[in-house]
Design a protein around this ligand. Structure first.
Ligand code: GDP
Length: 365
């Protein structure tokens, strides 16, 4: 399963946020394909469409799709030199598909800051520099090898060498690989390097309790936003402390608390949504009398692969998929009405599944 790793300097609110995630989290029993690991928190992906489909179909059970966060503990400064837990830290980051970097943007004199004062940009640079240094090491090793082949006029090697030099120059200018521009063909080479700085990054600005509804006066958040823009990454604002309180509530109680706070959606739900988006994930639905369910796929996946998300047998024996767009189904009011209106299509093996498709797979066993 795809996962987003949570990182950050000590005392920025990582554990508080991760606890909120596990508190609000789903039982792994419902999601057997998810990892069972104390450092992994499983969350359900909030999706209003699921509610609508449930009203429409009236199934016995409704199951949201799930998503994993991994808590990546460990100190960061000096990580690329293998200090302390450094190597472990980097190898954990290597395994995640996106990075959520928690940044301290709350002022609280009772809580020590590792470097003595609240300075989110310095914090971000501390972490990012370690990632850049680790990537430089990766690229340097590869450059050495490829340079020899390139000298022998190996055409592929000459091309790869050019790409590596470009990546290296970017990293040396402290640019993460994700902020550099590549053609598709260059990108194929970059991907093969498994760099850390090519992974999508989301900065989670952790603000004070009184700034949940409106953090526009928080100067730190503004700085993080400016930084993120240059860095090809995104920002969301949460208050980890409040999130851990919200996570203990459900249903109406949760709604009431959010209203009191003056927000529509919890920071955690925003975090889930942003990470999902960052990972290039989308959702399709199955809607039967037994169960209405959301399933996660990667954008660009075809119908058989999407069927394989449910079960490998579905992919292997795939014949076709009865498909209706969510909006069409809701407008029609029922599956029967959608069929009568000609909105239900029979899609084959080459069909690129779209976010919101409601699908019924036909397959051979
Ligand atoms: P970690 O070292 O990054 O995992 O940080 P923790 O989650 O342990 O948080 C460090 C301290 O900051 C704890 O005392 C938290 O209660 C406190 N803290 C975390 N988030 C917030 C916040 O949003 N506001 C305030 N005032 N304190 C927070």
């Amino acid at each position: 399963a795809l996962t987003a790793g949570i990182v950050g300097l000590p005392n920025v609110g990582k554990s508080t946020l991760f606890n909120a995630i596990t508190q609000a989290g789903a039982e792994s029993a419902n999601y057997p394909f998810c990892t069972i690991d104390p450092n992994v928190g499983i969350v359900e992906v909030p999706d209003e469409r699921l509610q609508k489909l449930t009203e429409l179909v009236n199934p016995k059970k409704t199951v949201p799709t799930a998503f994993e966060f991994t808590d990546i503990a460990g100190i960061v400064k000096g990580a690329s030199k293998g200090e302390g837990l450094g190597n472990k830290f980097l190898s954990h980051i290597r395994q995640v598909d996106a990075i959520c970097q928690v940044v301290r943007c709350f002022a609280d004199d009772n809580i020590t800051h590792v470097s003595g004062k609240v300075d989110p940009i310095a914090d971000i640079e501390t972490i990012n520099l370690e990632l850049i240094l680790a990537d430089l090491e990766t690229v340097d090793k590869r450059v050495d090898r490829v340079a020899k082949l390139a000298k022998q006029k190996d055409k592929d090697a000459v091309y790869e060498h050019e790409v590596l030099v470009k990546v290296k120059a970017g990293l040396e200018a402290e640019q993460p690989a994700r902020a550099l521009e590549f053609t598709d063909e260059q990108m194929r080479i970059v991907k093969g390097l498994h760099l850390l700085t090519v992974k999508p990054m989301l900065y989670v600005a952790n603000v004070g309790e009184d700034e949940v509804a409106d953090a526009s006066n928080n100067p730190y958040v503004q700085k993080v936003r400016e930084y993120a823009e240059k860095d090809s990454s995104e920002v969301i604002v949460v208050c980890a402390k409040i999130e851990s309180e919200i996570a203990e509530l459900e249903g109406e109680e949760k709604e009431m608390f959010l209203e009191e706070l003056g927000i529509e959606e919890s920071g955690l739900d925003q975090l889930i949504r942003a990470s999902y988006h960052l990972l290039g994930l989308a959702t399709y639905f199955t809607a039967g009398e037994q169960e209405v369910r959301a399933w996660t796929f990667r954008k660009g996946m075809k119908a058989p692969q999407c069927a394989g998300v449910i079960h490998t047998d579905f992919e292997r024996g795939f014949i076709r998929a009865e498909t209706v767009a969510y909006d069409d189904l809701v407008t029609s009011g029922s599956m029967t009405a959608a069929k009568e209106a000609g909105k239900v299509r029979l899609e084959g093996k080459e069909y690129l599944v779209k976010d919101g498709d409601v699908m019924h797979f036909r397959f051979n066993v």
